[in-house]
Design a protein around this ligand. Structure first.
Ligand SMILES: [Mn+2]
Length: 335
């Protein structure tokens, strides 16, 4: 039986834990629960490593504290938000693995074999557009009066994880309408809570990714890959905006490799492609590391000193997907 209410957390000291490099959905899931359980539980928001730029701005503007790499000592329970693999905790993984208190999980990724929390403490809904959507359903079932700030968090997670409603359906809009009505906040103000102007180095990274990019033709589709020093997710998204159907950007640094992939939305729907299962999870068979994410936005973290073969393998796996059942579909690189 999955988690049906937040009441098992009442009266306890609870760490609300995001994944490393917390995005807005992960962070605002924690913040929504933090605001809503005020007075019922003692909650602290914990972030392994760092927050991404939009969620850092969001935390500041909504006015909520968090701890980077907190110690798990003295907590009765840890609630994992928006991830389902301990590898997503970065350097906090071992502390989490050896934590002896209760473990809880709310997440919308496709369930893994690995379990971070017992089933009775988990709410997993891969049909939900965001983890905040699951948090919202749980707060309602718990009959908690949801404060305005928590409603803003819930809405922010839906907007960002749906990529501005690109992957939304009618249910997403009805939940959004309900949450925005209760929060009494116009859409523009909501978006301004997490919007960040790209900074200079981010723009340079995207432009360099475009300059260095390798361009491939896989049947009638365009795949690209690029070696970038930083902002790999953002750079991959930029390459999709200028015409790639699938883009991989990554780098190797100090023995670590990191790759992000992004996919054009209509291509993704037409092909029923899934970056996580068709590329990044399979990459594990060739390189040491962990892959994961969503159909249209995913990544891989691993060990290695050379990014070129990793990017080439990503392109090859995407091409393998794109050419299945076709014998002679060749992958052509543009000079
Ligand atoms: Mn999410």
């Amino acid at each position: 039986m999955p988690l049906k209410s937040l009441s098992p957390l009442y009266g306890k000291k609870v760490l609300l834990l995001t994944h490393s490099g917390a995005d807005v959905d992960s962070f605002s899931s924690a913040a929504a629960i933090h605001f809503s359980l005020n007075g019922k539980s003692k909650t602290i928001i914990g972030v392994p490593g760092h927050l991404n730029l939009p969620s850092k701005a969001f935390a500041e503007r909504i006015g909520v504290e968090y701890k980077i790499d907190p110690s798990l000592a003295n907590f009765d329970a840890v609630l994992c938000l928006d991830f389902n693999k301990a590898a997503m905790l970065g350097t906090m993984k071992s502390a989490f693995d050896s934590f002896e208190g209760e473990k809880f999980l709310i997440d919308h990724h496709v369930p893994e074999k690995e379990r971070l929390a017992p089933e009775k403490n988990s709410l997993q809904g891969k049909e939900a557009i965001s983890t905040t959507e699951l948090v919202y359903s749980l707060l309602k079932k718990s009959r908690i009066k949801i404060p305005k700030k928590a409603l803003e968090c819930i809405a922010a997670g839906i907007v960002t994880d749906s990529a501005g409603f690109l992957v939304a359906d009618h249910k997403t809009f009805s939940i959004m309408a309900e949450v925005m009505k209760a929060a009494g906040i116009p859409y523009g103000s909501l978006v301004s809570l997490f919007s960040v102007e790209k900074d200079f180095s981010q723009k340079i990274a995207s432009l360099k990714a475009a300059r260095r990019c390798r361009i491939y033709k896989s049947r009638e589709s365009i795949f690209v890959s690029s070696d970038v020093g930083a902002f790999e997710a953002d750079s991959a998204a930029a390459l999709v905006r200028i015409g790639a159907d699938v883009a991989f950007c990554g780098y190797a640094e100090k023995g670590r490799i990191r790759v992000s992939g992004r996919v054009n939305n209509s291509w993704l729907r037409e092909k029923k492609f899934d970056l996580a299962s068709d590329v990044f999870n399979r990459l594990k068979g060739f390189f040491e590391g962990e892959g994961g994410g969503h159909a249209g936005a995913a990544g891989f973290n691993g060990n290695g000193d050379n990014i070129a073969p990793v990017l080439e393998k990503c392109i090859a796996l995407a091409h393998e997907f794109n050419s299945k059942n076709l014998k002679d579909a060749e992958l052509k690189e543009y000079p």
